[in-house]
Design a protein around this ligand. Structure first.
Ligand SMILES: [Ca+2]
Length: 172
């Protein structure tokens, strides 16, 4: 009843609805070896992804961007998993990040729906590292506190615009 009331009266209804929309969750493992300056990101699996295709499910793949000061340093991609909302990837990607840089970088994860025709649509996004809050901050801290050990964590996907805004915001 409350939502009906909102819909009828509030111009912000679309925004409210958007914030509540479930995009899915992704399980990521992070491992950092300080002596080697090696960061390994394992995209393990995702669940309850949003259905993007009319007459189908979604064809998810994951893009991993390592960035610093808003600049992309490296970009990697998983394979595409066809017609599923609960893809299993278990794909590992390594990045060279010297110890002096590890506190300054961000790992930005975007899940896309692959489409044979037209552009691939982002399903949702999340990031870890510099300027992150909540789970993104905690996961990064856990990784740094456990050098050489992989630390796995589930992340809730957020709308792309929201994550982009958080990436641009100046950290405290
Ligand atoms: Ca698709």
């Amino acid at each position: 009843m409350l939502q009906v009331y909102f819909k009828a009266t509030s111009p912000n209804f679309d925004q409210l609805f958007c914030l509540q929309e479930k995009l899915g969750d992704i399980c990521i493992s992070l491992r950092y070896v300080p002596t080697a300056g090696k960061l390994t990101v394992n995209i393990m699996e995702a669940k309850n992804l949003k259905k993007m295709d009319v007459g189908g499910l979604s064809d998810p793949y994951v893009k991993i961007v390592l960035q610093q000061n808003g600049k992309r340093i490296k970009k990697k991609k998983t394979t595409v998993k066809k017609n599923t909302l609960n893809p299993y990837f278990n794909e590992s990607f390594s990045f060279e990040v010297p110890f002096e840089q590890i506190q300054k970088v961000q790992v930005v994860i975007t899940v896309y729906d692959y489409d044979k025709l037209g552009s691939n649509d982002p399903i949702g996004k999340t990031f870890m590292g510099y300027g992150a809050t909540g789970v993104g901050l905690r996961h990064w801290s856990d990784m740094l506190a456990n050098p050489r050990r992989p630390v796995a964590q589930w992340h809730t996907l957020m709308p792309e615009e929201e994550v982009d805004a958080a990436l641009k915001a100046k950290p405290r």
